[in-house]
Design a protein around this ligand. Structure first.
Ligand code: KG4
Ligand code: ZN
Length: 425
């Protein structure tokens, strides 16, 4: 494949592997932006019967699927030999130990055999970089996507909402993050999954709640907005398809940018028990749909309300929402409406890049390797901060390959996002 930068330099192509949970994924990404291939073998059907991810089954399934998934990703990108690529990236945490091991060991083997550098990637950083990926191969689109309207604008506010994490992060530059807040208990996706289980709507809970809520009346039941306080409803009239602008404001003080969803799940349980006491079957189709709609709207109010508050506080230039829950239609519509009123550009990945995939890992690997190494080499040189176009980026190819990196890569099961110091916030 003769993909080139606009300047004619060869593209930097990275094979990425992701096996942190229950998706076996491989992708080839050019210049950290352009998805040349993206294969995901989902285990959803297998875990559905358990109502959640069964870790040992997940890792065994990765073992069965990974070789085909990687071969297919290489073939889709017309890569004949791994050595024709520039680097191999792999998720090394956070995630399930047995699942991560499968991807990491394969990546190590490929790197060892091909002599390519191996780039360990933090899964959360992968979700962040899913925001700037594009898939169209036509040169015009590629050029347009690289233009400033599609590019990163810093500082950017990132909301990561997945099955394991709910984090608000201030992204000051490539690979430079300050932590603003996180969930104190359940992640947003976890709450969707647990409430779906209570209502017997199926697995995974997010899409199941969303589907049920479509036929529901979100105003039949009132559920709490945890770590928010009452606010004034704005004048805009909500339509049937959109959550009203949050009538709640984030609490002040230490939990201003933190989240809590465990109490909301308990509120659903208490509501169901109360309905049962009153002789109403909470799992009856319409009642379950109404509860699902009320729950979904409560989560969206909190997510959008807190993100908007942080966007104001830190005067960001862009807002990005990523992770599995960012596939939620109500969240996307409400955020779109809210940030349009605030005059802030909003980015959400296309639906197929919201949930776990390897393309996002290839993107994060490109930027981490390029920008961290460039900073180490020349901390006084800030020119790399605002490259005019993708071709101006320092690339992994420019970096010396440390042979020991292949041997040193270890799992980091509890990894959190690599942060800059948080003083001065
Ligand atoms: O990012 P992801 O694929 O895996 C983790 O890194 O955790 O996120 C999976 C989570 C699950 O909890 C799933 O229920 C949720 O994302 N999810 C959704 C939707 N699609 C997936 N939540 C709400 N609405 C959706 N449409
Ligand atoms: Zn994820």
């Amino acid at each position: 494949m003769s993909l080139t930068h606009t300047g004619g330099a060869p593209a930097c192509r990275i094979l990425a592997i992701e096996t942190s949970c229950d998706e076996t994924a491989a992708a080839v990404v050019a210049d950290g932006r352009h998805v040349l291939s993206n294969r995901v073998a989902s285990q959803i059907e297998i875990h559905r019967r358990f109502g959640g991810v069964y870790p040992e089954v997940a890792s065994r399934q990765h073992v069965l699927a990974i070789q085909t998934v990687v071969e297919d990703a290489l073939a889709d990108a017309s890569v004949a030999h791994v050595r024709d690529l520039d680097a191999i990236a792999v998720t090394h945490g956070p995630g399930l130990a047995g699942s991560l091991l499968v991807g990491v060991n394969l990546a190590k083997g490929l790197a060892f055999a091909s002599g390519l550098p191996l780039v360990p990637v933090n899964h959360l950083e992968g979700h962040i970089y899913s925001n700037w990926l594009y898939t169209d191969t036509s040169p015009d689109i590629a050029r347009k996507q690289r233009s400033s309207s599609a590019s990163e604008q810093f500082p950017a506010l990132i909301l990561i909402v997945s099955g394991g994490h709910t984090e608000l992060v201030l992204m000051e530059d490539h690979c430079r993050y300050r932590h603003l807040g996180a969930t104190l208990d359940d992640a947003a996706g976890e709450a969707f999954d647990k409430v779906a289980r209570l209502l017997e709507l199926g697995y995974p809970g997010g899409p199941a709640i969303q589907a049920a809520a479509e036929a529901g009346d979100a105003r039949r039941f009132h559920l709490p907005r945890p770590l928010m306080r009452p606010g004034r409803r704005t004048e805009r009239q909500p339509d049937a398809q959109t959550s009203p602008p949050p009538a709640v404001l984030p609490v002040r003080g230490e939990h201003r940018f933190n989240f809590s969803f465990s109490g909301l799940k308990t509120a659903v349980l208490n509501l169901m028990r109360q309905l049962e006491r009153e002789g109403t079957d909470a799992r009856q189709k319409q009642t379950a749909a109404d509860i699902a709609a009320a729950f979904q709207m409560a989560v969206v109010d909190v997510l959008v309300g807190k993100t908007a508050d942080a966007a104001n506080e830190f005067a960001v230039k862009q807002v990005c929402i990523c992770g599995g829950v960012s596939a939620n239609g109500l969240l996307r519509r409400t955020a779109e409406q809210h940030f349009a009123v605030m005059g802030l550009p909003l980015r959400c990945p296309p639906l197929f890049l919201c949930t776990d995939n390897a393309a996002m890992i290839g993107a994060a690997a490109y930027y981490r390797r390029s920008y961290s190494a460039a900073r180490q080499r020349a901390p006084q040189d800030r020119a790399h901060r605002q490259p005019a176009e993708a071709g101006a980026h320092p690339t992994p190819r420019d970096q010396p390959i440390e042979p020991s990196a292949r041997d040193l890569l270890a799992l980091d099961v509890y990894a959190s996002l690599p942060l800059v110091d948080t003083t001065g916030l």
